[in-house]
Structure formats: C-alpha cells, structure tokens
Design a protein around this ligand. Structure first.
Ligand code: GAR
Length: 216
C-alpha cells in the first residue's frame, strides 16, 4: 500500500478528512507519519487518536531553511513515504526538499489558483468582490503554490461572509477534494511527468472541477 507522510502546521482538519476517508474505505493509503513544524498543532492530537505516528520538527530550532528541510528529510526517511501530503503546512519548502520527492508532493491551497498564491486568500477574494472562491489541490513544485493543478472545488462568496465564514466553507470543500486526489494517485490514474499533471494518460490542462452538490 502507498505510504504517505502528512505535513501539518495547525488544526489538521484536512488530515482528519484523509483519516476519515481511509476509515470509510474511500482512500487506500497508509498514513505512516504526521509531521508538524508546530509543537502544539491540533493535528498531532488527531493523528495520535487515530494511531498514526507523529513527529515534530520545529523550524525555530534551525538557522536556515536548508537546515530545516534537511531535518525534515531525515525525519521522514525511516518511514519511507511514497508521497508527501502538505495539509496546512505553512512553511515554504526549498527546491532541495521538493526535488528529493519530485512529483510525489501534494499541496492544498485555499484559493482558485492561479488566483491568490500565498497568505490571506479569503480576505483577498472578498476585497476583490469575487463571486467565487475555493481551493486547489496541486503537485508542489519549487514555485510557491504554482505546481500543476489537479482539482478545484468552488464555493460562492456570500454577501454576509466574513473571512472566517468563507474560510469555513472553503474547508468543507477541501475535505472532499483532497482524499479524492490522493486516491486518484494511489490507484495509478494520476501522475506527474514532464512538469505536468496527467490523468488516465492524458495531460490535464485544466484542473478537474469538483461539484459541491455531488453526494460524495
Ligand atoms: C487549509 O485551508 C489549507 O488549504 C491551508 O491551511 C488550512 C489548513 O487547515 N493551507 C495553506 O494556506 C497553505 N498555503 P487544516 O489544518 O484544518 O487542515
């Protein structure tokens, strides 16, 4: 079975969605390690409750990104992850880390990329008067939030939204799309090659669009 390491920094609701999808037999992956850069991340508790091994690599203990990323690789190595799932991991990874796991790193980002890479995406969507916002799962490359997009889930921006209410609606769709993308990969339908995402042997020029009204 494919072994995944999940990297988190916070509450870990996307991690929980992956755990739940596994329990529901909708995702056939062995979550071999949950690694956090934040010692108090709530996701560590979720992992322990699910019987998943955890590790903490605190970025504050390292004087450079290179040293931090080297420690990440060393911590991951004994677990032999086939894939790396970034689930609310709020550190920028160096090209050395990305290249070490080339084509095997997934990220979820709370915007309809290429719109709004970086932080404060919900505030930006609201400030621009966007009617639609959402989330994107993509392969991570050395370009921040810039790797080939795989799947997006859209949610409407409502007139009475706050950044918090909008973020909560985006999280709901994230919990649907992330397990689906990982399942596509572990079943061999999704691949990364030549800098692109491929589905069923065809190049994905546009991300798949997840229908929020779908029952699953
Ligand atoms: C998610 O919304 C995820 O898209 C975002 O952090 C949140 C983590 O929530 N990630 C980023 O902003 C990465 N740049 P969670 O800890 O509850 O899964």
């Amino acid at each position: 079975m494919t072994v995944a390491a999940v990297l988190i920094s916070g509450g870990g609701t996307n991690l929980q969605a992956l755990i739940d999808a596994g329990a529901a037999r909708e995702l056939d992956v062995n979550l071999g390690l949950v690694l956090s850069n934040e010692p108090t991340a709530g996701g560590l508790v979720r992992a322990s409750s699910a019987g998943i091994k955890t590790a903490i690599v605190n970025h504050r203990d390292f004087s450079s990104r290179d040293d931090f990323d080297r420690a990440l690789i060393e911590t991951l190595a004994p677990h032999h992850p086939d894939i790396i799932i970034l689930a609310g991991f709020m550190r920028i990874l160096t090209p050395a880390f990305i290249n070490h796991f080339a084509g095997r790193i997934f990220n979820i980002h709370p915007s309809l990329l290429p719109k709004y890479p970086g932080l404060d995406t919900h505030e930006k969507a609201m400030a621009n008067g966007d009617q639609w916002h959402g989330s994107t799962v993509h392969f991570a490359t050395a370009e921040l939030d810039g790797g080939p997009r795989i799947m997006q889930g859209r949610v409407p921006v409502l007139a009475d939204d706050s950044p918090q209410s909008l973020a909560a609606r985006v999280l709901e769709v994230e919990h649907r799309i992330y397990p689906k993308v990982v399942e596509l990969f572990v079943t061999g339908r999704l691949a990364f090659a030549d800098g692109h995402a491929w589905l069923d042997g065809k190049r994905l020029n546009q991300p798949l669009q997840y229908d929020v009204n779908s029952p699953h």
